[in-house]
Structures are given as C-alpha cells and as structure tokens.
Design a binder for this molecule. Structure first.
Ligand SMILES: Cc1ncc(COP(=O)(O)O)c(C=O)c1O
Length: 465
C-alpha cells in the first residue's frame, strides 16, 4: 500500500528513510542491519563523487558496482537517453531491428578482438552469462555434438544470480538455498597466487601452468564430449582481484582448442576500460569464442548487457530453418543502446583507456603504500581494479575466522569506510578483501584520497582486533 504524500520530490529525508525501511528490499543485503541505523540514500552524483540526502560527499571507489566508468552526472549521456526516448522509446529485437542497436552492434564488433562480429543484447550480466551457456548448448546440439552441456568455471568466481548463471558461479554460500541448480557446473581452481598450493607457491609461471592444466584435467575427468564451455573472467573479481599469471590464457586457449570446448570471457566487469582496454582479453592477448559484457557498456546511465560471438558460432543459425530459441523483451533497449553509443563517444573524446593506462601504475603504487599496515596481506589487481586482502598475521598469512570476519567486515569496516567518505566493498565470500574499482576518470588526487581513508580506517580496525 502507498502512504499519503508518496511523491518523492516532496518527501523529507525522514519520510524517505522511513519508506526505504518499510517498502524497499535491497539486494544481497542483511535487512536487519537497518533496524538500528539509517539506510544510506544516495541522491546525486558528479564525476567520481556521489552525495547522500544530507549533502555529504563520498568518493565512489567502486564505480557504483563496477559500472560508472565515465563518472556520474554526465549531461551529454543523459541527454542522449532523453533524445532516444522521444524518438523511439521501445521496440523489441524480436524479428525487428532499430537503428541504435544496429549501430551499437557494429561499433562493438569493430572494437572487439578477432571475429567476434555478432552481438546478442541482454539487459544484464546474468542474462549475458545465461545466454552464452544457452548458445553453447544449442550450438553443439545443432552441430552434431548434443552431449556437450557442462560448463567449467573457477572457484569463488561470481557469474551472476539467475539459476543458470548461478550454476556457473563458484560461491557455495549463495548457491546453497537454490539447489538443485541446473546440472553441469564444474569447478576448477582460480588464480589466487597469494594462496597458491605450496608446490607452486614461489613460481608464478609454474602456478599459471598448473592452474590452466587443472582445466584440462577437469575436461578429461568429465569427458571432453560432455563439456561445452569454460567461463573465465580476465581478472577474477570475487575473492579480491586475481589477475592471470603470464601465459595462463594462452594455455587455456590451447586446451579449449584441443578438446573443442568454447572459451567464454566473462567481461561483465573487465570490459570497457576497467583494465585499460575495451576488452580485458585484449590486455592479455587471447581470443575468446564469446565475450559477455554489461555494466560499463553504458556506465550505468541505462541498463544493458550482451554477448559477442565469433562468426562460426552463428553459422548453424545463419541459414536453413534454425533459430536461436532465446529472447528478452527489454534486451537491446533503444534508450540503453543510445546511451551506450554516447558512453563510447566519451571514452573516445576523453581517451579514458589512455587515462587508465597512464595512471594505473600510480594507483597501484598508492595502494601498495598500505602494505606497511599489519592488517594488509596482499594488494593485487590491474588497471583500475584492485583487491586488498586483510590478514590476521602478515607473516603466516593467517586469515580471520568467520566470527572475526563478521565483526571486522560487517560490524566495523563497511560502515566505517562509508562514514569516512569512501564507497568501496568489503567482501568475505572468499578470504576478507576490500575491493576498489573507481571511475576511469580518476587521477592521483583520488587515489590519494582513497589511500588516506583506507589507512585511517584500517588502522582503527587493527586496534579493535
Ligand atoms: C563477472 C560477472 N558476471 C556476471 C555478473 C552478473 O551481472 P548482473 O548483476 O548485471 O546480472 C557480474 C556481476 O557483478 C559479474 O561480475
């Protein structure tokens, strides 16, 4: 039921707060934590900063949720949405095209590596991952290999929440309530070198070979004729930014080719400049069969996701009577496509990829200064994408117990960092980490601001242990 005076523009901060508590259900949020304190309400943004309803400013060290590449409050991109809304707000991509979807598909095909020339739009990353699995299954059914349906992904990796995507996700805690999930998800080790097995712990190259070969061993164990695809992020987010060891992706590509398995690069986070390239696979020099994307493609000015597919995967659907039996009403929404084109214009005009490449060493060096704190075990990542792993003992790398982690991350760090003016993410789905992924417009002054806030709050956290 609505309450009287529900026009948001009229609401006082107190009324909005009450309604947030009464009517809104936040995602992946322990709602009880708002029983004794306020729901943070963000009302506007400008560049790398956002502001709450009391006018307090925060540095958006997470780009919303790995989304706001160009920063907040860009009128040019918002106006592109308004123009498209008045010209053609909606038409489906089911049997029809509209100009913005065509233009965006063409532009993405030009930017993507190799012959990823076919673009399938969705509205989100989960739908993109789900679509890639469905395409892999139908492709193999159409090409005489109907037993290929399994998907290999890495431990702790997050690939989305819809049931198919969740079956690919490697986080047991968020899967358990929804079991049984679609069958076929197979897990392999990730590339967390900080916690590498002892026999490869001192040799990054050997670790990379081992981790890639674990994919081959999984394919052989499952039976190559049953495996459809391997889903990997260029840099794995969940667990706190695991970059690939040198040569890892080249070896994975060879393994996939040897067994006829598709390589899906899940770039929902890593595309659109996060790693200083349009696509993360370009940074590491490998050719995916499918790239999934979302988030940064519009910098969040409107929702959009999709997958880019190599020519040969489209062939069974290109003639005869075959159709990819899949579709989503709002996929490739005209407003979102117009926004994505305007977003890419900003990338070009402001050379955002150049900005990331020019400043990423400074970002790394600034975060590495935190290494003098006893609680900071590891600082890892690439581009504008970093994880800081927190430990109880730097020398032994001992991590926190579940209880300590609960008290430290949820009880203290999350609220304290926000209170101190930094939006970032504390995550304990693997070992406890703080994740940073700022807008691509950020420069040294913003890195310094992040470092100062982190230093002060992490110092307090240590004293509370
Ligand atoms: C690598 C990866 N894949 C898929 C997803 C799911 O995207 P969405 O939340 O848009 O469904 C995410 C979301 O963070 C992601 O990081």
């Amino acid at each position: 039921m609505t309450s009287p005076g529900h026009d948001t523009a009229q609401q006082t901060p107190e009324a909005l707060q009450a309604a947030a508590k009464r009517n809104l259900w936040m995602h992946f949020t322990r709602m009880s934590s708002y029983s004794d304190h306020d729901v943070p309400v963000i009302v506007r943004g400008s560049g790398p900063y956002v502001y709450d309803q009391h006018g307090k400013r925060y540095l958006d060290g997470l780009a919303g949720l790995f989304v706001s590449q160009i920063g907040h409050g860009r009128k040019d991109v918002a106006e592109a949405a308004a123009r498209q809304g008045s010209e053609l707000a909606y038409f489906p991509l089911w049997s029809y095209a509209h100009p913005r979807a065509v233009e965006l598909a063409q532009r993405l095909a030009e930017l993507a590596p190799g012959d990823l020339n076919r673009v399938w739009f969705t509205t989100s990353g989960s739908e993109a991952v789900e679509s890639a699995w469905k395409l892999a299954k139908q492709y193999f059914k159409s090409t005489g290999e109907p037993s290929r349906y399994k998907v290999i992904s890495r431990s702790i990796a997050y690939h989305g929440t819809s049931l198919g995507a969740l079956a690919i996700t490697g986080l047991p805690g968020i899967k358990e309530p929804f079991e049984p999930l679609p069958p076929g998800g197979v897990r392999v080790p990730n590339t967390n070198f900080y916690r590498a097995p002892e026999f490869v712990a001192h040799d990054l190259a050997a670790f990379g070979v081992w981790a890639a070969d674990e994919i081959e061993r999984a394919i052989l164990r499952e039976g190559p004729e049953s495996v459809a695809a391997v889903f990997l992020e260029p840099v794995q987010n969940s667990g706190g930014c695991f970059p690939p060891p040198p040569g890892y992706f080249q070896r994975v590509r060879e393994i996939c080719d040897r067994y006829g398995v598709l390589l899906v690069s899940d770039e929902v986070i890593c595309a659109f400049g996060r790693l200083g390239y349009y696509f993360g696979s370009q940074r590491y020099g490998y050719q995916p069969d499918i790239i999934t994307f979302a988030k940064g493609v519009t910098s969040g000015y409107s929702p959009l996701g999709g997958m880019m597919v190599r020519d040969r995967l489209m062939e069974p659907f290109a003639d005869g009577q075959s159709t990819f039996l899949h579709g989503i009403t709002f996929a490739g929404h005209p407003v979102s496509c117009a926004v994505a084109l305007a977003n890419l214009d900003v990338f070009e005009k402001e050379d955002l990829l150049g900005n990331v490449r020019a400043n990423e060493a400074g970002f790394r060096a600034t975060l590495e200064r935190l290494g003098d704190l006893p609680i900071v075990g590891d600082v890892r990542g690439e581009g504008y994408f970093y994880g800081i792993e927190l430990v109880k003992d730097k020398n032994t790398r001992e991590t926190f117990s579940d209880d300590e982690s609960e008290r430290l991350l949820r009880g203290f760090l999350s609220p304290a960092l926000f209170e101190a003016g930094l939006v970032c993410r504390t995550d304990d789905r693997g070992d406890p980490v703080i994740q940073l992924s700022p807008p691509l417009i950020c420069t040294q002054e913003h890195f310094d601001e992040m470092e100062q806030i982190l230093r002060s709050v992490l110092t307090q956290a240590w004293s509370k242990l």
